[in-house]
Design a protein around this ligand. Structure first.
Ligand SMILES: *Cc1c(COP(=O)(O)O)cnc(C)c1O
Length: 382
């Protein structure tokens, strides 16, 4: 069986978790603080705040910007449903904009027409690790004075060229960037998330909100020789990461450059193997984007049925997934009045499939995938 994805976890991660378990401090503590420092350094962000998962990170990003009922947040429907749900958690309204079919990312040419007097923020998704066009997006956002949150759930290790320099996603290029460490992403802590920002006030709010609105974290009380009483300043959440997760995350961070290099080699091999297949659309980087290749998404020709192709591949022991979902087609969003055409988003969901990709993928398995795809393309003519 060739899986769709496979995390690379080994003895180093297991040892790190074991040490924390035996240390006597397993909740948010020194390992989380160290993971935050190391993540911030890696992406070049002034501040990084670890949380329970990326969905929580997205919600805290909106909450820290005081976005709530009556506010509109522009984003894509063509994303994992967590992007839209985070907006709903805050009582705000997601306004969906279509994607550019070449990158599966928000089509910045359609951004201006979606902005109204109620627009407070844009959530730009770096879908499947492919950087969204932040230069174009930020130009529109700055012009209208709108905050930008990057949904970088899939994009740890991706890079974007801004003003001539290659920079890691997460610097951040908007106001806040949110990452996921779910096992389907490039590095994992089981569950986990991270917010980065250049704004110390936003970082302070993330820290308050992730821990019940508590004025003094329990780590500080624990280490104090004097009695301290804490206050609860706002209605916060319990969105903490554990020290067990953070210790695993620190080991994963050490591996990140190598994991991305290997994924880029796997993607390059796919491009070589599949490049000559007529009718198959391959993903490609813009000259200002370097993907971490969290996913490898190919567009099928119209004559092939997506589900049949996926089933035939599964019968040969190859796991695939259909193209990224469209949130506006799911019950919680289906009845809303969507103001803008989402034709490209719907086509991408219906006409593309995700192929297996992971750092340790063997070349023979890639050959196997390529042969199976070739057979499907040949079928289509019968
Ligand atoms: C995975 C993912 C999320 C959610 O991340 P969790 O850590 O599982 O909460 C959000 N947005 C996108 C684009 C994702 O791919």
């Amino acid at each position: 069986m060739i899986p769709i994805a496979a995390p690379l976890l080994a003895e180093e991660e297991a040892d790190a978790a074991r040490e924390v378990v035996l240390s006597g401090w397993v909740s948010q503590g020194p390992q989380v603080a160290a993971f935050e420092r190391e993540f911030a350094a890696l992406v070049g962000a002034p501040h990084a705040c670890a949380v329970a998962n990326c969905t929580a990170a997205l919600q805290l990003a909106l909450a820290a910007l005081d976005i709530g009922a009556g506010d509109e947040v522009i984003t894509v429907s063509h994303s994992f449903i967590a992007t839209a749900n985070a907006i709903r958690y805050q009582g705000a309204t997601p306004v969906f904009v279509d994607i550019d079919p070449e990158t599966y990312n928000l089509d910045c040419a359609r951004l201006a027409e979606a902005i109204t007097g109620h627009t407070r923020a844009i959530i730009a998704v770096h879908q499947m690790g492919m950087p969204c066009d932040m230069a174009a997006l930020m130009a529109v956002a700055r012009h209208h004075g709108i905050a930008v949150i990057e949904d970088a759930a899939c994009a740890a290790g991706s890079q974007i060229r801004m003003s001539g320099e290659w920079e890691p996603i997460g610097k951040p290029h908007g106001h806040i960037a949110c990452f996921s460490f779910h096992p389907r992403k490039v590095i994992t802590t089981g569950e986990g998330g991270m917010l980065t920002t250049a704004d110390p006030e936003l970082d302070r709010r993330f820290r308050l909100l992730r821990q019940h609105g508590m004025s003094i974290p329990d780590t500080v009380r624990h280490g104090s020789s004097r009695v301290i009483f804490e206050d609860y300043l706002v209605v916060g959440y319990n969105y903490r990461m554990t020290d067990i997760q953070a210790a695993v995350g620190r080991k994963q961070l050490e591996r990140l450059p190598e994991l991305v290099a290997r994924r880029r080699a796997v993607a390059a091999k796919y491009a070589e193997l599949l490049g000559s297949f007529a009718g198959l659309r391959l993903p490609a980087e813009s000259e200002w984007a370097r993907s971490n290749w969290q996913s490898y998404c190919v567009g099928l020709p119209d004559r092939l049925d997506q589900r049949t192709v996926m089933q035939n591949l599964l019968n040969k022991g190859i796991a695939t997934r259909r193209g990224i979902m469209c949130s506006h087609r799911e019950p919680p969003y289906a009845n809303a009045n969507h103001r803008h055409s989402l034709r490209q988003s719907e086509a991408a969901q219906a006409r593309s499939i995700l192929l297996p990709i992971y750092a340790q993928m063997k070349e023979e398995d890639q050959l196997c995938v390529a042969n199976a795809i070739r057979a499907e393309l040949a079928h289509g003519y019968n």
